[in-house]
Design a protein around this ligand. Structure first.
Ligand SMILES: [Zn+2]
Length: 130
């Protein structure tokens, strides 16, 4: 079995999802709103980068850090989507999701390089996997 495992978003979770969230990586499982997302290699790579980040932080600290950083950035940016896109985990994932060899060459804890990256640098636009 190859991890992470991609599964369809459970029906009972659908009311909790936000409109822009198309997937959530929860440790070795990625919950998808739509299986057609698997046809997009950038999307799959994005979620695999999140899995690697979570593995490095032993999962629970990743989620605590993610939520805390989101709240701090929301306070600063006062915009939900901008705050999300500036989270260091998301910045790393978006920056490298189009590189199919990134995870083979990635150094551990590479997300730290994005923690204090220039906030004024324009972020790439695109779909918003989480
Ligand atoms: Zn993401």
């Amino acid at each position: 079995m190859r991890v992470p495992l991609f599964l369809t978003w459970p029906r009972w979770l659908q009311p909790l999802s936000f409109a822009f969230v198309s997937a959530i990586t929860l440790g070795p499982v990625v919950l998808l709103k739509d299986r057609s997302l698997l046809a997009n290699p950038s999307f799959v790579n994005h979620e695999r980068i999140h899995f690697r980040q979570q593995l490095e932080l032993l999962f629970l600290p990743f989620f605590l850090w993610y939520v805390l950083e989101f709240l701090l950035r929301l306070t600063y940016h006062r915009n939900f989507h901008t705050a999300y896109r500036h989270i260091c985990f998301e910045r790393e994932a978006y920056a490298h999701q189009d590189d199919p060899h990134y995870l083979q060459n990635r150094k551990p804890f590479s997300f730290l390089a994005y923690l204090f990256a220039n906030r004024k640098k324009r972020l790439p636009k695109g779909p918003s996997p989480v």
